[in-house]
Design a protein around this ligand. Structure first.
Ligand SMILES: C[S@@+](CC[C@H](N)C(=O)[O-])C[C@H]1O[C@@H](n2cnc3c(N)ncnc32)[C@H](O)[C@@H]1O
Length: 437
């Protein structure tokens, strides 16, 4: 399996004054307000009758950080799924065991995460290190996927931003707010590539019928993306760095060669990317208004999340001064009061498309006379599966297959190639009818 290459900038670890653990209550508020949407999706969109009752129910939180937010989410999901089983007459006595996977970059402070796993938890816990832009789990092994405030992180800074000869060279800025179109396009293209990788990997890993809940930093479609509060805050951070360059604490060249690998998506962009991926249906997509905290808290939260990126490039000595200046800039600007009035987050519920077997059977592969004159018939087993109308034919031969539910596939093999002549698929049919709860 190819290794996904990613730059990793972990949140501040431990439990100290600048740690993510101590400075992530704003994200926790957002998670608490999205709880109702997750509960509803589990109650109404998750078809637990299609899952095996002997296997554990698997949940993965992608970009979990050090806690405690991830534990709150995971417990909510476990509770909602248990309730669903309890309410289903045929399954109420078959509540599965729960296996929870906590994923983050290899540099994440997993020690702090593991030390703070709630003692009273009613699930098995495991850490899964690595970038979520690549494959991390076996095929069709996850029932419920969650990710919050993590997919704004790009896998890398787009290379053209650092190219001195490129029109996308991002001079004097650290992000794409107030930047020329070429810079905005470079960030957008990187996001599209990364989100496609995320969706492709999860389409392999999520079991058909499984759900994915994503809480994303986002910008309303109606306003230009660079004007989002999230990107606006990083523009202020860039201007703090430029102020420090003016008084000789830094050089402008250091700022020119630095960009933050973050992006704030839009609803339209997400709809298009999910559509292109083709493996999921959009069950819900809601824009959320999440009131920003005051300047000091906002600065502390961003320090807990972003300090390592700045430290790696500019060194740790200037961090206190940089974030003091940042707090003052936020206070002086109207960004929090104005930005809080427009939706700045997007909550997305996706469902992995069902795969149905539309037909299987023995068919004639070849027929010839052997040297003794006997007629020989070679037969092969063919299974035809379809995810909605996207056909996947496993096995190669010529002939036709008729599914018990009326689904029908005809094909003709020429050399190594396979030409699909006709495909009629009935949604939801195939082997075994579904029973709703
Ligand atoms: C702001 S924290 C969010 C933590 C938690 N989900 C919450 O809602 O509070 C973002 C996390 O995503 C992780 N992250 C960013 N890019 C990632 C990637 N490509 N693969 C895995 N984790 C990633 C970061 O390391 C960080 O821990």
């Amino acid at each position: 399996m190819a290794k996904a290459v990613a730059e990793t900038f972990p949140m501040n670890g431990g439990e100290g004054v600048h740690s993510y653990t101590q400075n992530s209550s704003h994200q926790r508020d957002g998670l608490n307000s999205s709880k109702a949407v997750i509960d509803e999706a589990i109650a109404e969109k998750l078809d637990i009758t299609s899952f095996s009752t002997s296997d554990p129910f698997t949940i993965a939180d992608f970009g979990c950080s050090t806690g405690p937010n991830t534990f709150v989410v995971v417990q909510n999901v476990v509770d909602a799924i248990k309730l669903k089983y309890q309410k289903c007459p045929s399954l109420s006595r078959h509540i599965p065991e729960f296996q929870v996977y906590f994923n983050d970059h290899i540099d994440n402070d997993f020690n702090t995460l593991f030390k703070s796993i709630p003692l009273e938890k009613k699930y098995f816990a495991a850490g899964v290190p690595g970038s979520f832009y690549g494959r991390l789990f076996p095929k069709a092994s996850l029932h419920f996927v969650h990710s919050s405030y993590a997919l704004q992180w790009l896998s890398t800074v787009p290379s053209e931003l650092l190219d001195k000869n490129s029109p996308a060279r991002n001079k004097g800025r650290v992000t794409y707010g107030n930047a020329p179109d070429e810079v905005v396009k470079a960030f957008k293209a990187q996001f599209e590539k990364d989100m496609s990788s995320f969706l492709n990997a999860r389409a392999e890993e999520v079991i058909p019928g499984g759900l994915m809940a994503l809480l994303l930093v986002a910008t309303p479609d109606e306003i230009p993306s660079p004007k989002s509060i999230f990107i606006g805050l990083f523009d202020l951070m860039g201007s703090c760095l430029m102020d420090m360059a003016k008084i000789g604490i830094l050089s402008e060249a250091e700022i020119d060669s630095f960009n933050l690998p973050v992006y704030s998506t839009t609803r339209k962009e997400m709809e298009e990317l999910v559509e292109i991926n083709g493996g999921f249906t959009i069950e819900d997509m809601e824009q959320l208004i999440h009131m920003a905290p005051d300047a000091e808290k906002c600065s502390k939260h961003l320090r807990a999340g972003m300090e390592n990126v700045f430290k790696e490039h500019f060194g740790s000595d200037i961090m206190d001064e940089l974030f003091d200046r940042f707090t003052k800039k936020i206070e002086e600007s109207l960004i929090l009061s104005e930005g809080s009035l427009t939706p700045n987050e997007l909550f997305v519920i996706l469902k992995r498309k069902e795969t149905v077997v539309v037909g299987s059977g023995m068919i004639r592969r070849a027929w010839w006379k052997d040297p003794n004159g006997f007629e020989v018939m070679e037969v092969g087993l063919v299974v035809v599966v379809a995810a909605r109308l996207e056909m996947v034919v496993q096995g190669g031969c010529w002939g036709s297959v008729f599914g018990g539910d009326g689904g029908r596939v005809l094909w003709w093999r020429m050399g190594e190639g396979l030409i699909l002549v006709e495909a009629k698929v009935r949604d939801g049919g195939g082997m075994g009818e579904k029973v709703g709860c």
